[in-house]
Design a protein around this ligand. Structure first.
Ligand code: PLP
Length: 413
């Protein structure tokens, strides 16, 4: 059969040789149609925190499909979405919250951005309509998300389509003052600031401190600017706390979640909104209804998958386990710092990064291919390889993956 897929992020040259056809998943492994087994080192784009084929999530999906596969949430509700909205509210530092549901991370981000702008409009301050993100931030590929985040390699053709009225500098040295200047300078126009908490994933797993995030939250509050924390990639245990923003002890105005919300079993995302914002969307005395939605907002099977995933995270103490495994990941990766071609190692929870020197660029594809042939699905970003495996990975599996990466880098560099 001809491959008629318009693949995301995939150069045509990569398709010419044929694309692996994954037919089955089990635990941390994916299997192709020839029966080859691969370790899903990046948790299928950072989503599959519980690996593949978890019987409890599978059962929840099957049961829900037989009971109610879809019913809209416009003026209606259903038990699973009611329960999930309540569960999400209670995962926040203060539970006075309502959730907007969508399917993908970028749709949750779009909702957050529009809610921020309309919030100030609802309050009679329509001039506060700027949305800004952090330099090199990433919040999805829709045009609204590109306006608050931009990865040059991905988004260059759209540079003139989206505008960036301002942005926060990446805090390379952890210094908050340059960001404070941006916020104070534009506070009268700023509706919201959106950030990836502690780690800019798509920019190459660039990390910054919880101290910076704490100062950012304080500065936003002091200047009447909403803070949106995009936990789409980091949420549900990846960083060793339930949410990355928990490291900073803050209570963001809006929190976007996706990916691991259902442990990657169904496309579902949410924007969890503080009630001080939600309450301004009343239709009395004036109509401030949020005229925004998606067909599958609060999809019952997605919600059932999310509830099952949340149950498992709790029952298996996934967050604590992730923090424990994170220490091992670090210890096992540290010897790589001795390799001549290694520029830097970075760690945050169950994310381990090895950044190679720039002159290794021509070798990256070869290292990736060799690891693939050894059964590891790495997806380098620039000259950076990273492990972001399912949080259920065992000691032996993790050690073997680190070892394979080290050996292969040593062999080629
Ligand atoms: N926000 C962050 C921080 C992400 O890393 C991503 C995807 O990688 C998104 C948003 C977009 O999510 P989706 O690809 O589900 O639209």
């Amino acid at each position: 059969m001809k491959n008629r897929i318009f693949h995301p992020y995939t150069p045509f040259s990569a398709i010419e040789k044929g694309v692996p056809n994954m037919v089955r998943g089990e635990g941390i492994y994916l299997f192709d149609d020839a029966g080859n087994r691969y370790v899903d080192v990046v948790s299928s784009w950072w989503a599959c925190a519980l690996g593949h084929g978890h019987p409890q999530v599978v059962k929840a999906i099957q049961e829900q499909a037989g009971v109610l596969q879809h019913s809209i949430t416009g003026s209606l509700t259903h038990p699973k979405v009611l329960e999930l909205a309540d569960r999400l509210a209670h995962l926040m530092p203060t539970p006075e919250r309502h959730s907007v549901f969508a399917s993908d991370g970028c749709s949750a981000v779009e909702a957050a951005l529009k809610i921020a702008v309309q919030y100030w409009y609802n309050l009679g301050r329509p001039e506060k309509n700027w949305l800004i993100g952090m330099d090199q931030g990433y919040h999805g590929d829709s045009l609204g998300a590109l306006g608050v985040g931009f990865v040059d390699g991905f988004h260059k053709p759209f540079a003139k389509t989206v505008s960036h009225p301002a942005k926060l500098p990446f805090p390379t040295d952890g210094d908050f003052e340059p960001s404070r200047k941006v916020i104070e300078q534009h506070k009268d126009k700023l509706a919201a600031v959106i950030v990836e908490p502690l780690c800019l994933g798509s920019a190459g797993m660039k990390m910054y401190s919880a101290g910076y995030l704490g100062k950012l939250a304080d500065c936003c509050t002091a200047n009447d600017v909403l803070l949106i924390v995009d936990e789409v990639a980091m949420g549900f245990g990846r960083t060793g706390k339930r949410f990355a923003f928990n490291h900073a002890g803050i209570d963001p105005d809006m929190v976007c979640v996706g990916k691991a919300l259902t442990a990657g079993y169904m496309p579902l995302s949410a924007c969890i909104v503080k009630d001080k914002i939600y309450d301004t969307f009343s239709d009395t005395p004036e109509d401030h209804t949020f005229y925004h939605g998606n067909t599958f907002a609060g999809h019952p099977i997605g919600c059932a998958a999310a509830l099952a995933a949340l149950d498992i995270y709790e029952a298996e103490d996934t967050v604590a386990r992730s923090a424990e495994m994170a220490e091992k990941l670090k210890q096992w990766m540290l010897p790589m710092a001795e390799l001549e071609c290694v520029k830097e190692l970075r760690f945050l929870g169950m994310i381990g990064v090895v950044e190679l020197n720039l002159d290794t660029k021509p070798l990256i594809a070869k290292i990736k291919q060799s690891l693939f042939e050894q059964g590891y699905l790495f997806r380098p970003l620039g000259t950076m390889f990273y492990l972001m495996p399912p949080l259920i990975i065992t000691d032996d599996e993790l050690r073997a993956a680190v070892y394979a990466l080290q050996q292969t880098i040593e062999e080629f560099c």
